[in-house]
Design a protein around this ligand. Structure first.
Ligand code: ATP
Ligand code: MG
Length: 369
């Protein structure tokens, strides 16, 4: 199953607006069969300028970008961890995603209600984090109570888990999400089966007003976004600033029109493109390419995937019968103007089962079934 990024935040901060812009951008890309799996799950095209450069060399019949999935999650309110609002349902949706885009309202607009009646991104972030921590705390304590007895009776595995749980419970009590705790590999491993919400990787998405979207891109020009940047720095998280409502309009445009519109706004690229790329990295994903005359195509693999695993993304037979991969790094492929040139200059490598795919590799698989 494809990995998913969930858009999480307080009610009415612009989650659906951003989600709709993301999926509209996908629908726009006419050569990709757009689909919505469920009303709130969107398949989004991962923009990649390298596809254009490869196509200019190979001149294929068609070009296919790779995709990722976003989930539009209803607003989380204070008390959700106690079942407030649609609490449990929201938390269930968050549990299902692999990474979180935490959307924070940074735009002023008196016509649009804020659940807490004022614009204060750091307070908002804390409300969400607190609910997620409380939900994790409940599952941690429940497990701790059952596992601690076994630990006392001498069960080694239980002892390891109980100790790790004590550590995270202390962290939760101090208001720290699990992702910010200093845990060993062993502690991470024993806690994995609990699927803690606060262990998911997070990036912050600041939803700013149209008039300040250009300024928001540079640190020091948007006080609220700067606050979020400072907070994110403390946990090594990325921050992206967009104007959700204007992104929907940008997504409708293409080519020169899009470029002109972006320039009017003082932007170089669409915020959604930056968001998608950041979310893709957040999920631990990378891209490799196949480049034939029929099709130039981007494929998604986990960072650290081996060549046979990459082959398996195309077809399970490619993985089962994997013999070797012919690999040219993206830069070499471009510099040598294609596969033939790369071969001549000795830049086309033969790689075996152990090879770890690098982002941008142009690959060709040899297999036997
Ligand atoms: N950057 C922005 N500037 C001004 N208005 C915006 C911006 N982004 C979104 N809005 C407006 O904010 C309102 C709420 O947006 P939206 O429905 O996307 O919120 P939501 O987070 O999905 O809410 P819910 O939690 O109810 O699902 C809409 O009227 C939308 O047009
Ligand atoms: Mg919504």
């Amino acid at each position: 199953m494809a990995l998913q990024c969930g858009i999480v935040g307080l009610p009415n901060v612009g989650k659906s607006t951003t989600f709709n812009a993301l999926t509209a951008a996908g629908a726009e890309s006419a050569n990709y069969p757009f689909c919505t799996i469920e009303p709130n799950v969107g398949v989004v095209v991962v923009p990649d300028p390298r596809l254009d450069a490869l196509s200019a060399i190979v001149n294929p019949q068609r070009v296919l970008p790779t995709t990722m999935e976003f989930l539009d999650i209803a607003g989380l309110v204070a008390g959700a961890s106690k079942g407030e609002g649609l609490g449990n349902q929201f938390l269930g949706h968050i549990r299902q995603v692999d990474a979180i885009v935490h959307l924070v309202r940074c735009f002023e607009d008196d016509d649009i209600t804020h659940v807490a009646n004022s614009i204060d991104p750091l307070r908002d972030i804390e409300i969400i984090d607190t609910e997620l921590i409380l939900a994790d705390m409940a599952s941690a304590e429940k497990r701790y109570n059952s596992v601690v007895k076994k630990a006392k009776s001498g069960d080694k595995e239980s002892k390891i888990q109980a100790d790790a749980l004590e550590k995270v419970i202390a962290g939760f009590n101090a208001g720290k999400p699990m992702r910010n705790l200093d845990l060993s590999k062993e502690e991470q491993a024993t806690l994995a089966e609990l699927f803690f919400l606060t262990n998911k990787p997070v990036l912050y998405l600041c939803n700013v007003s149209e008039s300040l979207v250009a300024a928001a891109q540079t640190p020091g020009s948007h006080a609220l976004v700067d606050q979020v940047r400072e907070h994110a720095k403390g946990e090594g998280a990325e921050v992206v600033a967009v104007c959700g409502s204007i992104e929907a309009e940008i997504a409708e445009l293409e080519g020169d029109e899009k470029a002109a519109f972006l320039e009017d706004l003082g932007l170089h690229e669409s915020g959604l493109d930056r968001l998608i790329q950041a979310a893709y990295r957040l999920l631990g994903l990378q891209t490799y390419f196949t480049a034939g005359v029929k099709e130039v195509r981007a494929w998604t693999v986990k960072q650290g995937a081996t060549a046979p695993e990459a082959a398996g993304v195309i077809h399970t037979d490619f993985q089962k019968g994997f013999i070797r991969a012919e690999v040219t790094s993206y830069d070499d492929f471009i510099a040598c103007k294609g596969e033939a040139g790369a071969k001549e200059k000795g830049k086309l490598r033969l790689e075996g089962k152990e090879y770890r795919v690098a982002d941008g590799d142009v690959m060709h698989f040899r297999f036997n079934v």
